[in-house]
Ligand binder design. Structure first.
Ligand code: TXA
Ligand code: MG
Length: 348
């Protein structure tokens, strides 16, 4: 892991009109080859010029990220994409029309302009056009495509506030743009259009149901809801690493409200916490952190990563998380929780 060595500027940007000076400072750092954490509608990203090999290599060092895990390249308009890709399939045009700007990342066959360090040595490149105004304005001012993984230390829960970025990256990056909380709360949906059929590699803010409505047949990679089998190569290298994990031991409990309360109450020891829905609270006899409403997948997504980080602040040793429904954005919530729990699920 990289030593802490940089002086990190904290740049508040409430909106792009009133805080133009801070916007410009952040954009100049990016254009000059530096590292800037910035907000998007999903989670905060750690950005660098995607075409500058040295700048991109510094992202991997700052995060402690494995070199073979490729980065998403962020653009602020469709014209920026042409030079980065080898071809634009029909399906991409359809999806761009429906979901961009927004929480969707598409994987294309790449052009030679994208350095191997950015694409993790693959012959494809992931591209995303975010909807967050600060992200778009920052890319526009920097005037280069921006490579940006989530702005957390590798393995930790993704950051949904500037506070989370400060916790993980202070002293490791040149600047952190502070624009409050991210709306969606889980990372973008990743869909590959480089194979025979469109295939979801990571569920996110744009749902599988929405993608099927747009394209018809869409596959979901088996690694979304299960550990990779031995010897199988990950379609998305990020899926093979342990992820989103707090220090506590996280276990998912699948079952109804009563069964959930009965199980966690029977394990009360002062260090055991419930990560639960609002509706669970009245029956709980252990300390808890609420991460959303039982039927409200958007609120679960928005609070999931803060709830996981809060467990560390509380000193939780064991966390029993109530399993979300695996539909809509709930599939993304489930996918992240599974990795935080290292796939440990108890059926009640
Ligand atoms: O919402 C998001 O997507 C956030 C914000 C900052 O935009 N970014 C983000 O990046 O989540 P990151 O690096 O944490 O996750 C990118 C995922 C990884 O699982 C990576 O393996 C996969 O996308 N990925 C990137 N390029 C790929 C490629 N060419 N082929 C397959 N998977 C790819
Ligand atoms: Mg990440």
């Amino acid at each position: 892991m990289a030593e802490k060595e940089k002086e990190t500027k904290i740049l508040r940007v409430r909106n792009i009109y009133d805080d133009m000076e801070n916007m410009q400072t952040a954009a100049e750092i990016l254009a000059g080859g530096g590292l800037v954490a910035f907000p998007t509608e999903t989670v905060y990203g750690l950005g660098a010029n995607a075409l500058d090999e040295r700048a991109v290599a510094a992202i991997f060092r700052a995060k402690g990220r494995p070199q073979d895990n490729p980065l998403i390249v962020h653009v602020c308009d469709l014209d920026m994409i042409g030079p980065l890709v080898a071809e634009v399939p029909e399906a991409a045009i359809e999806l761009a029309g429906r979901f961009w700007p927004g929480p969707l990342t598409m994987i294309f066959r790449k052009s030679d302009a994208v350095p191997a360090v950015t694409s993790g040595g693959l012959d494809t490149v992931a591209i995303r056009f975010p909807s967050h105004m600060v992200a778009r304005e920052l890319i526009r001012r920097a005037d280069v495509p921006i490579a940006a993984p989530s702005a957390n230390l590798s393995g930790s829960p993704s950051p949904t506030t500037a506070q989370h970025c400060i916790h993980d990256l202070m002293g490791r990056v040149d600047a952190i743009v502070d624009s409050g909380s991210c709306g969606v709360g889980v990372e973008s949906t990743v869909i590959s259009l480089a194979g025979e059929k469109p295939r979801v590699l990571r569920p996110g803010g744009v749902t599988v149901e929405q993608l099927r409505e747009a394209l018809g047949d869409v596959e979901v990679d088996p690694a979304v809801c299960a550990p990779l089998a031995d010897g199988v190569q990950a379609a998305s290298p990020g899926m093979k690493y342990k992820h989103y994990a707090p220090r506590a031991h996280v276990v998912i409990l699948r079952g109804g409200r009563e069964a959930f309360a009965a199980y966690v109450n029977a394990h009360r020891d002062g260090k055991t916490y419930a990560m639960c829905f609002e509706e669970d609270v009245p029956a709980l006899g252990v300390p808890y952190v609420v991460y959303g409403g039982e039927r409200d997948d958007a609120s679960q997504a928005a609070h999931l990563f803060s709830a996981l980080r809060e467990m560390d602040e509380l000193g939780a040793e064991t966390v029993y998380a109530h399993c979300p429904a695996r539909t809509g954005v709930g599939l993304a919530v489930y996918n992240r929780l599974l990795r935080a729990a290292a796939f440990e699920v108890i059926e009640l």
